[in-house]
Design a protein around this ligand. Structure first.
Ligand SMILES: [Fe+2]
Ligand SMILES: [Fe+2]
Length: 142
């Protein structure tokens, strides 16, 4: 997969991440009753889970970060670590959905923020490998 295409995918995924960040940052209980907050959070976590699954599939199609490895095979261990994070992040998204189903909405805030930090860390490390690969530029195409 070309670096430009992955950067464009990241931007689409970021919209879903930002929406979830806003949901857990706002004082939701002043805006909506807890039952409605739960429904919205469930929907957003489901949307993010599906977006992530599609995103990881897209990234791994044709060989994960093959462009990076072609230019610098010594980065193979870093690429392997990032690839191994894909199934773990999906499992964490599933765990988030279970947390929401079992506990109060207020307990979700920290769990979602922790998950988003971990996911952002993954995406940042991935982006820096892609930026370092030959011929790639996040601004190359809209
Ligand atoms: Fe990834
Ligand atoms: Fe990614």
């Amino acid at each position: 997969m070309r670096a430009d295409e992955i950067f464009a995918q990241h931007e689409r995924l970021n919209v879903s991440l930002d929406r979830l960040s806003l949901l857990v940052a706002a004082p939701l209980d002043e805006v909506l009753p807890e039952g409605r907050v739960r429904v919205v959070l469930e929907a957003e976590i489901g949307t993010l889970r599906e977006a992530l699954r599609a995103h990881f599939e897209f990234e791994e199609e044709g060989g994960y970060l093959s462009q990076v490895l072609k230019g610098n095979p010594r980065l193979a261990s870093q690429v392997d670590i990032l690839k191994g994070e894909h199934p773990r992040l999906l499992a964490e998204a599933d765990a988030l959905a279970r947390t929401l189903a079992q506990g109060p909405v207020s307990a979700m805030r920290e769990a979602v923020q922790t998950f988003l930090r971990r996911l952002n860390g993954h995406e940042r490390r991935e982006a820096s490998l892609l930026q370092a690969s030959p011929g790639s530029s996040p601004l190359a195409e809209a």
